[in-house]
Design a protein around this ligand. Sequence first.
Ligand code: ATR
Length: 280
Amino acid sequence: MDKYAVVGNPVSHSLSPQIHRLFAEQTNQNIDYQALEFAEDSFEQQVLQLIESGFKGINVTVPFKERAWAITDILSPRAKDAGAVNTVIFQDDGLLAGDNTDGIGLTRDMITNNHILIQHRKILVLGAGGAVRGILGPLLAQKPDLLTIANRTIEKAQDLVHQFSENLNDNTELQHCSFEDSGKQKYDLIINGTSAGLTNEVPAIPDEILGINSICYDMMYNITQPTAFVQWAIDRGSLRQFDGLGMLVEQAAEAFFIWRGVRPETGPVISQLRQQPVDL
Ligand code: ATR
């Protein structure tokens, strides 16, 4: 049985083992997938131990995605852009190949699962940390008319705009602003990529960003109740709002495909996770 794991700290709450078990059942793949908590000071050594124990690959979550990026020998273009790795293949030749499936997970959940249009739309992304860096490439590839990055620390938004302006297509305007200034414009799609939800907070954004047809998407998820940002959107009458459970399942599906060469169906897994919160 091929062994895989998600490594992070903390990781005990991770839904990844359950998601990969459901994928494996559905596609008749014989895999073992565990959640392993790694100590902050020994991530690299512990990865080596997994390789020695015969693991075939790992998913990497907070706070190790940048360190995983640093230890991989081969990086996919999307991992290079993201500056972070969430999927590692321990290759037979001993090399480590790193990929990042977060961005494709987000755009698949938006476009395929929820029929959200990105092309020609005006998009506001809240946050400028690692999570946002991972999604900008795939979002820009969809050619929105405007993508604004708003962040509490404005310099970080400015840096991301600088980095992603290099290969920008001609039809997309990429800009940054403060939370306060984001209200000067209405947006079709507002994506929360901040970690404010961890403390049940919402970034200090003005209501004016919402138009009558605005859609809100929180990259954080909560299967038992709306996240703080989803609740913010509901309270202000946004047209539709989503949390990041679909993104989580889609990024896992892409990792499963990278490892196993088989693409699982994600819809039934998303439904099952939503309907069975107590059994997790
Ligand atoms: P992650 O990997 O989750 O992106 P990170 O790199 O630490 O974590 O980035 C966290 C992001 O959430 C940052 O954009 C941070 O804003 P700052 O750059 O100003 O620190 C944002 N953030 C965290 N808590 C927030 C809050 N309460 N309100 C608004 N933004 C917040």
